[in-house]
Design a protein around this ligand. Sequence first.
Ligand SMILES: Nc1nc2c(ncn2[C@@H]2O[C@H](COP(=O)(O)OP(=O)(O)OP(=O)(O)O)[C@@H](O)[C@H]2O)c(=O)[nH]1
Ligand SMILES: [Mg+2]
Length: 440
Amino acid sequence: MKSSMFVDVAKVFVQAGKGGDGVVSFRHEIYIDKGGPDGGDGGKGGDVIFEATENLNTLADFRFKPEIKAENGQNGAKAKRRGKAGEDKIVKVPMGTLVKRDNKIIADLVKNGERAIIARGGDGGFGNAHFKSSVRQAPKIAELGELGEMFELELELKLIADVGLLGFPNAGKSTFLSVVTNARPEIANYEFTTLKPNLGVADFDNTSLLIADIPGLIEGASKGKGLGDTFLRHVERTAVLLHLIDVYSDDIAKSYTTIRNELKNYSHNLNSRPEVVVLTKTEGLDNDILNMQINELRKVVNPKTDIIPISSLAHHNLKETLRILKTKVDEVRSKDIEAYEEDLSVPVISLNEEQNSEIWDVYKTGCKTNESGEEVSVFTVRGEKIERFARRTNFDQFDAVNRLRYIMKRMGISHELVRQGALGDSIIRIGDSEFTFIEQ
Ligand SMILES: Nc1nc2c(ncn2[C@@H]2O[C@H](COP(=O)(O)OP(=O)(O)OP(=O)(O)O)[C@@H](O)[C@H]2O)c(=O)[nH]1
Ligand SMILES: [Mg+2]
């Protein structure tokens, strides 16, 4: 991966497949005068499904394909043949991708292989074979397929890297990144060389770590000094922190505690993140001085935290550091997954899908001049189930519209319309469709 910058949000437009239309058709048999209805149903439209994969680390790909579409279902055919269902569209996203619609999280893909249906394909419409009854031997109605869901999404990748590098300016963070990963950040012997975060992948022992290098932090960073808070945001969901301290620091304990304080002030989350401490630039340093520095540091560092002297220049202790980091990253990730599974077991009380979709609402929305030049009232009907029926109604077919009126009656909507003063020629509006309350 060649990456010099975080790509952690992307906007995409998803469109699930439309359901195929049902058809009107009658059997043709030589000895039967008028064959029965045999129009088949439309096939279901394909879903748009997201799948988390460990093979992606960024959302960069979505910049080049911001529109994602699943296949439409095919129309029904005679002899009750159902149209072929549209194929689902499976889209790979990095593990840790949050999927948001209108600022609401609709999916959080954590584990490798985990899937979520993001946009549902429309159902196929019924063919006329479904509408036969004792009083209606030759139904001339068939439903249209439903549209697939379509909307804009925002993807957010918070779990950006496995390891976040922290430390004062000039501590040697970018140098470390450039030696252990494929990244080529700018390096120089002055402070604030790095101005924006860098990412790199360290390959070793048949495994890898994604490492994020951020600009140096200073006292007050958590409050925004030197843009510190934006940089801290970048390491907020890294699994493990690698704290780099220049072994030549005058007050090595203070170098450490200053950065720790900024973490604490920034968020509890970041403060409790597992960490590894390395002393940088130690090649050629007298052992006594090195040990003295380590002892000073020990006074303020948690006894369980590793303190490792390294040299990026002399390639000293780099692999050892990566191995320790990897062990810690794996621990954190497996805990993340356990916590996530616990989350899922929390019971949620809500209306079931059936109850929810039955809810409807009627209100008078104004007046309008109809085709005969008369002033008539307009009523709007809203509700998931009735809107779904309306979308599936072919308004060119009298029988189909009458069926919709019948469904309104059964759901109690017609009664409410009369109560609110609807007359036979009142216009009823459901979704994008309009029709008269009673057939004119
Ligand atoms: N002798 C020696 N010098 C090093 C080592 N690692 C880094 N340096 C030097 O330290 C200086 C700063 O290195 P950088 O990697 O740019 O430091 P940084 O922490 O990224 O600095 P900012 O981006 O300003 O926060 C450079 O001159 C490096 O050559 C090392 O292992 N040994
Ligand atoms: Mg740097």
